[in-house]
Each structure stands twice: as structure tokens, then as C-alpha cells.
Design a protein around this ligand. Sequence first.
Ligand code: PNS
Length: 163
Amino acid sequence: MKVAVYPGSFDPITYGHLDILKRGAKIFDKVIVAVLINSAKQPLFSVEERKQMITEAISQTEYGVPVEVDSFEGLLVDYLRDKDIHVILRGLRAISDFEYELQIASINRKLANDVETIFLMTNNMHSFISSGSVKEIAKYGGDVTDLVPSHVVTALREKADYV
Ligand code: PNS
């Protein structure tokens, strides 16, 4: 069984992430979306809120294979090792992502050479979406309805500072 972990901050999940997930699910027998618990970062949404938003988003699509939502703390390769998984799934939007992704993938390979990172090129339609820009647009009252699922739009509105 080919299982992939799709890790990220997902603060919040966007249509760009969901596109990668949908296409990843065509390649793997199971995909685990793993939200990073990062105490050094100040996310807008708590890990539980992010997991809930992802769970709701994936319930709206038929993936054809199991898609699970989980969280992890510490090194990604340790999480993979614990679960005996050897593939990391990541999306690449533009050349600007490349350096960051190359660094993460290279570090992960150094830490665990039995782990491969598979990149999918984000659909052009979504290549400009990032969680950061979604939060900024929402913060200033801009329209994010084409960028994130409707329950995420609602969640963004509910964050007092982001109305
Ligand atoms: O959505 P993001 O913030 O770009 O995701 C980055 C993520 C979560 C994939 C990366 O920061 C990560 O795996 N962090 C866990 C700590 C770790 O394993 N670090 C070593 C590789 S840089």
C-alpha cells in the first residue's frame, strides 16, 4: 500500500492545498494530511481548528482513497518513521517555492534516506494562492471566496481581528 503524508501549516487550508490533495489521492492508496504543531509560530488558527477545517473540506470531495487528517510535533521524518511511511507529498507553485522546498526535501533526505519527497505542480488556477495572502486579504475585508472553501471564509470572518 502506497501511503503519502501531505504535511504543512495549513493556516488555513486553501483551494491550492485541496488541489494537491485531490491529485495526490490519484497517485497514492492513502494520504494523511499532517498539520504541523509549531509552538514557535503564531498561527491564526489553532491546530484543532485547522484540523477541523481540513476535515470539513475533505468531506466535500470524493477522493476514491482514504484521506486522513492528523497533526505532528517535532521532525517530520520522525512522524513518518513512527508510521512506517516513506513518501512526503508537497505542492510547488512557482519557482519562488523551489529553494524552500529543495531545502526541506534535502534536509529530510539527509535525516532519513528512505524517505522521498514527491512534488506536484500546483494547478495554474491556484498557483497564486497562499495561506498568508488569504489571511491578509481577509484581514482587510477582501473577498476570498474563490481561494478557500466557504466554511474557511466563515472561520476567517469569525476571527475578530480579521473581520
Ligand atoms: O506549510 P508549510 O509551513 O510550508 O510546511 C512546512 C513543513 C511543515 C512541511 C516543514 O516546516 C516541516 O516539516 N516542519 C517540521 C520540522 C522538520 O521536520 N524540520 C526539518 C525539515 S525543514
